[in-house]
Design a protein. Structure first.
Length: 439
């Protein structure tokens, strides 16, 4: 009997004992029994969370005081699970008046009624067919009801408060600003990450901002660019996520008729979707493709892998190839937040050469994009973690310092997806942006 060694995904060494062989126009067909095939982990689904139709405020700030807040009626169905279990498809069943619109974003289904005259004259429940890879369910939502005068008045007041919050963030930046985290945490105990981007304009050259997190601990300090812009980005895992940040301004020499300092904030809530094992440390990590056909490339110490992450809760390994032992072992791994493993630019290498006698050997190197600065260099050593403006590589200028590693270490962003390397567990975690708030 002929034995054939097969490479499967996950890559187990299983054996196909050939029993029949036949030919078809498209090629050779081998059939038989596979031995040494391990059980495939199917994952599990958590209880489905259903929020029936209700009147509520939807929308958010869009910057410069603009907003799209509105009073609307919606229902939501959330499907959470342990990969590879997850949602495949959802659609409306039996809607003769075409009353309902259903949209799906990652693991959340939103159903919006239109209150057509023909429907309100003869309302009926909304039935949603939910298909997962662990089964099929039909969820029945009671018909939406018209808004009451009391609900209308309360929601109009809430909408005005929400709009006012957009204008609040246009006010002049004061010496101490408290910035609250707005997005609600995810349903249940799902792992999540906070991502903050804070921009302060109208800064003077000698100004410095110190950012405080949990229990008043300093997170980072930042100076402005030559254009007077201080752009700060911070990321916190859920178990160390602050409910607010405090920004303290230390002023340099005051100028007459100086511009007012203005602050704007973007907050993104990333929710965990999947975990991929790797053999770290990573040599490269990046997203490729579009949202409807997105891939994640990971290069670790052993192999280069390409994963299909179009459905982030259920990644599929498309292929892998082994790396040679000496392949890029001594090269610098440059990290930008957009990807890990970009080739170091000449200015970066020159600036790093200038700084090494003072800082010592780097443990991590990066070149993140920072508003108002043409080119940057991030260096973390045993003693410090610092970001430099290297527009002039012969004279690197310190602009930001961190108490721990910067957010872009081991991180790749691609649209609404984020992948982050966890060196303690030697895994790559995949996250999806479920909420974005512009303040």
């Amino acid at each position: 009997m002929l034995a054939l060694i097969m490479s499967l995904s996950p890559p187990f060494n299983s054996r196909l004992d050939l029993e029949t062989v036949s030919g078809v126009p498209s090629g050779l067909v081998l059939a038989g029994t596979i031995s040494n095939l391990r059980d495939f982990f199917m994952g599990s689904l958590e209880p489905i969370n259903v929020k029936p139709f209700s009147w509520q405020i939807v929308g958010g700030c869009r910057g410069n005081g603009k907003n799209n807040f509105a009073i609307a009626n919606q229902a939501k169905i959330s499907v959470f699970g342990t990969p590879p279990a997850g949602m495949c498809k959802a659609y409306i069943l039996s809607d003769p008046e075409g009353e309902f619109t259903l949209t799906v974003s990652d693991n959340e289904i939103t159903i919006t009624p239109h209150f057509k005259q023909s429907y309100t004259a003869n309302p009926y429940p909304c039935r949603v067919r939910l298909i997962t890879n662990r089964g099929v369910r039909t969820i029945t939502l009671p018909p939406p009801v018209a808004i009451t005068d009391m609900e209308s008045q309360e929601l109009k007041t809430a909408r005005l408060r929400a709009i006012a919050s957009c204008y609040y963030w246009e006010k002049i930046f004061t010496p101490v600003e408290k910035v609250r985290w707005i997005p609600d945490p995810p349903f249940g105990e799902r792992q999540f990450t906070q991502f903050w981007q804070i921009v302060v304009r109208g800064m003077q050259p000698e100004d410095t901002i110190r950012v405080e997190g949990l229990e008043g601990a300093t997170v980072m300090t930042a100076k402005p660019s030559r254009a007077g812009v201080t752009h700060m980005a911070l990321m916190f895992p859920g178990d160390r996520a602050p409910s607010e940040l405090s920004l303290e301004l230390s002023r340099g020499r005051r100028e007459e008729n100086e511009d007012a300092r203005e602050i704007s904030v973007q907050q993104v809530l990333f929710e965990h979707r999947a975990t991929l094992p790797v053999l770290g440390p990573l040599r490269a990590m990046r997203f490729e493709g579009s949202a409807d056909n997105q891939h994640l490339v990971i290069v670790d110490m052993d192999q280069e892998m390409m994963w299909d992450v179009t459905v982030p809760i259920s990644p599929a390994l498309l292929g892998s190839k082994a790396r040679t032992k000496n392949d890029d072992q001594d090269s610098i791994v440059v990290q930008s937040g957009k990807h890990v493993g970009a080739a170091p630019a000449p200015n970066l290498l020159r600036a790093l050469e200038q700084l090494q006698p003072r800082l010592g050997l780097p443990e991590a190197v990066g070149n993140p994009r920072v508003g108002g600065i043409r080119e940057t260099l991030y260096v973390r050593t045993k003693q410090s973690a610092t970001l430099f403006d290297i527009s002039n590589p012969e004279e690197p200028a310190e602009i930001q310092s961190y108490e721990t590693e910067a957010w872009y270490e081991g991180v790749a962003l691609g649209g609404k997806l984020m992948s982050k390397y966890n060196p303690d567990l030697n895994v790559v975690e995949i996250y999806y942006a479920t909420v974005t708030k512009n303040l």
